[in-house]
Design a protein around this ligand. Sequence first.
Ligand SMILES: [Zn+2]
Length: 110
Amino acid sequence: MAQNRSSAPCGPLRAIWFANADAFERARFPGSLAFLGGAEPGQLRFWCPCGCDALRCAPVTVWPVAGGEWHWNGSRSEPSLDQPFALPCGWAGWLRLGYWLAGGDVPPGL
Ligand SMILES: [Zn+2]
């Protein structure tokens, strides 16, 4: 069922926010996001943007509150995090202004 998800996207992947955790888990859409249990901020969950179908998790607080490993800009439509990801599957990059950006260059804006 996941054979079409293994190819890397050609450009930035839109990060779709799910308010409903069940819908998030059913959709399994690469790069989509939801907070665990709907608790915002907290444990941000996302389907790996590379399309490998892995469910990732990151502890997130809202900028500039300390405590999480990543800081979120508080936006659901154009979410940004202040730190990049280096994921076990090999994908590395950023969530910035609603898009997943692969690569190590620091993108503008938070
Ligand atoms: Zn992956």
